[in-house]
Design a protein. Structure first.
Length: 281
């Protein structure tokens, strides 16, 4: 039997279970003093590489939110599970002007594109500037941040996702109780499950793709790499665009020109190559 729960303050943490990424945001105040604090209200906002952005939520009275408004810059650092105790030190309500990292084993390194430093022990980092600020009435302050640089431990970049997940060992936040007891989960290799998304029986394939223009062989091969769920949309949008250009054949050059116009590059199509490293049985 199901039962409705009353929606109270902090419903998103006290009653509703939101597994979330753990981050530590570093920022500088107007006097150049470093601040570090953990935040999990974060997700992608604009997924295209032309203007990649994140959306983050803060208490409007928090030092981090005030610093970001004052300087327009911040860094999102993702610590590994080994540093959960240090992360919790940054969560304490230290007085304004205190560098929380001095109470941890974290060390900082210079960021590439922004003034606030990054945390050396974090394998995944996003350097950001402010794109938009939204103040919810008597509620959160929302920052839409433009990603200026994504920075990783070098060895992670070319790893398959399953290997990268295990190597990074990022913890998952599971909320808190009474704003005092915070729960986290550690990803263990045996607990990570990969599912392959299979094509439906009637998925568009090379032999039955409904096109109204001729496609070059290279352009068609690239089209077939795109998942069936969006392949029809890509086909129609591409052919309409090619017609507007006065052309009758979809060449790879035209296909890529449209992709560039939409903020994509050849990397977008390469993403759909099935190049997962096959593990021995």
């Amino acid at each position: 039997m199901k039962k409705e729960a009353k929606i109270r303050p902090f419903w998103y943490s006290d009653i509703w279970l939101f597994p979330k990424i753990i981050t530590i945001i570093t920022s500088l105040d107007s006097k150049g003093r470093l601040n570090a604090a953990p935040y999990s209200h974060i997700m992608q906002y604009d997924v295209m590489p032309k203007n990649p952005r994140l959306i983050l939520g803060f208490r409007q009275s928090s030092h981090t939110f005030e610093n970001i408004l004052a300087t327009g810059e911040f860094v999102v650092n993702c610590p590994t599970a080994e540093y959960l105790d240090d992360m919790m030190q940054t969560a304490r309500f230290w007085p304004e002007g205190v560098n929380e990292l001095e109470h941890t084993s974290f060390t900082t390194i210079a960021s590439l594109k922004v003034k606030p430093p990054s945390i050396e022990q974090c394998p995944q980092i996003a350097e950001c500037t402010v794109d938009q600020v939204i103040r919810l009435d008597k509620s959160s302050g929302i920052i839409i941040g433009k990603i200026e640089a994504l920075v990783f431990d070098e060895e992670l970049i070319d790893m398959d996702r399953d290997e990268r997940i295990n190597t990074m060992n990022l913890p998952v936040g599971l909320g808190d109780q009474n704003r005092k007891y915070y729960y986290h989960a550690k990803l263990q290799p045996d607990n990570i499950i990969m599912h392959e998304l299979e094509e439906p029986p009637d998925a568009m394939r090379g032999a039955d793709t409904k096109t109204t223009l001729d496609w070059s062989e290279e352009a068609m091969v690239t089209l077939m790499r795109i998942p069936p769920g969006i392949r029809k949309m890509v086909t129609e949008n591409t052919e309409n665009w090619v017609r507007e250009k006065g052309e009758t054949i979809v060449t790879m050059e035209l296909f890529m020109a449209l992709a560039e116009e939409q903020g994509m590059s050849s990397d977008f199509f390469d993403r759909f190559r099935d190049e997962r490293k096959k593990k021995p049985a």
